[in-house]
Write a protein that binds this ligand. Structure first.
Ligand SMILES: NC(=O)c1ccc[n+]([C@@H]2O[C@H](COP(=O)([O-])OP(=O)(O)OC[C@H]3O[C@@H](n4cnc5c(N)ncnc54)[C@H](O)[C@@H]3O)[C@@H](O)[C@H]2O)c1
Ligand SMILES: [Zn+2]
Ligand SMILES: [Zn+2]
Length: 386
């Protein structure tokens, strides 16, 4: 089959001779992919920042597809179902799944204790091949995959596998109270969705910070928020203090994660020498620009090893920090309702559509932020076969 093939940092191609996945366990299903997306999280893999990313792996954790085969233990999914597949691989029965912490399943990932399993996310994520391919093996098929509701556009459905619930959870973790000022760092798909969802919780003011003007312009329109370029500021923390009567924001959301830019020291330590788990500049700014007693929500991804973050500010300001991988299955019913009722239009953030064959170009463009790219969609060759 045709599938993405990781050859090493910054080297990705589509290969035609990849082996088709097979059922390995009674709870598996095989899905023929109809759409998939590239995520900011895939860029951490592409840039070589995620440990144990093995040559030959297929990435992709945001996809929809048609079920073509099910294992003997699968009861709910049927051959022919068109499903959206949440990025978390979760067993559904362990103590963490029981608490709806589907991003922290204790069974799905033998390689890690912090996170559960993910499609296409290195061996750190469990070693499962992902959906930037024609076919994918979906473990625990009865747990998370969800039949696409009738009438829902497939391009909306594919965004429900990650970006929409993730943006929503970023806002939810912020504990936003009516009237709160919310600052979102990062105007990528996740930050844009977090800013948009902050209004659902009653935010009074939403500000987004990035250094890419085209994304800031997009966020202003899509998320109805204020948008500022940190390259035009002497100090983003000072700017945000000034903008909030010197109190600081009620809630800060880090929607950037370990691939941040904005600090030479952090770039050298975290991204060139790999002496910390990536570049924690956005988290720095979030902690330092939230008010005393405020909440910092971390949705941008960091690895478990240490990071240079201002713990003293956290302690002395009485800040609460919350973070997690999004629990997609927990949030899906609410997100489906938002989309079907027209309150959210996820596909509005898809800026580029590539045939799967051109995945190398898609990664390059998304990584270098060329051509005003926001969110790239991949279409496999037989995507529209009934
Ligand atoms: N927790 C989860 O479940 C989950 C799910 C999906 C994605 N993520 C993470 O969310 C983050 C964002 O994903 P995305 O798809 O939007 O990625 P993206 O790469 O498209 O966007 C990141 C944005 O951050 C901006 N940025 C860089 N440094 C910054 C700084 N110092 N301050 C403000 N903005 C800065 C970039 O210019 C870019 O626009 C990534 O870390 C990704 O791994 C987390
Ligand atoms: Zn993703
Ligand atoms: Zn579990």
């Amino acid at each position: 089959m045709l599938a993405m093939n990781f050859r090493g940092p910054f080297r990705i191609r589509a290969d035609r001779n990849r082996p088709e996945p097979e059922i390995k366990h009674p709870y598996d299903a095989i899905v023929r992919v109809t759409r998939s997306l590239i995520c900011g999280s895939d860029l951490h893999l592409y840039h070589g920042l995620v440990p144990d990313t093995r040559v030959g792996m297929t990435f992709g954790h945001e996809f929809t597809g048609v079920v073509v085969e099910v294992g003997s233990g699968v009861q709910k999914l049927k051959v022919g179902d068109h499903v959206l597949v949440p990025f978390n691989i979760a067993c559904g029965t362990c103590p963490f799944c029981k608490q709806e912490l589907y991003g922290n399943c204790h069974e799905a990932n033998p390689e890690a204790t912090a996170v559960g399993g993910f499609f296409g996310y290195a061996h750190t994520g469990g070693g499962y091949d992902g959906g930037q391919a024609e076919y994918v093996r979906v473990p625990y098929a009865d747990v998370s995959p969800t039949v696409i509701p009738q009438g829902m556009d497939i391009e909306d459905a594919v965004l429900l596998t990650d970006v929409v619930p993730t943006g929503y959870q970023a806002a939810e973790q912020g504990g936003i109270q009516p009237g709160d000022t919310v600052v979102v760092f990062g105007a990528g798909p996740v930050g844009i969705m977090a800013a948009r969802c902050a209004w659902f919780f009653g935010a009074g003011r939403v500000i987004i910070i990035d250094h890419l003007d085209y994304r800031l312009e997009f966020a202003k329109q899509y998320s109805y928020c204020e948008a500022y370029n940190f390259r035009e500021m002497d100090d983003p923390v000072l700017f945000l203090k000034k903008a909030t009567d010197w109190y600081g924001a009620d809630v800060c959301i880090d929607a950037v994660g370990c691939d941040a830019t904005g600090s030479t020291l952090q770039n050298i330590l975290g991204k060139q020498l790999l002496m910390e788990a990536g570049n924690a500049t956005a988290l720095h700014w979030a902690i330092n620009s939230v008010k005393k007693g405020g909440i910092v929500s971390i949705i941008g991804v960091y690895g478990p090893p240490w990071n240079l973050v201002p713990l003293g500010s956290l302690m002395n300001k009485g800040i609460t920090m919350r973070g997690n991988q999004a629990s997609v299955k927990r949030l899906l019913p609410k997100m489906i309702d938002h989309v079907m009722s027209g309150r959210l239009n996820p596909k509005g953030i898809i800026s580029h559509r590539f045939p799967l064959e051109e995945i190398g170009d898609a990664y390059h463009m998304f990584s270098t932020k060329r051509d005003n790219i926001i969110k790239p969609l991949l279409i496999p060759p037989r995507a529209n076969v009934a």
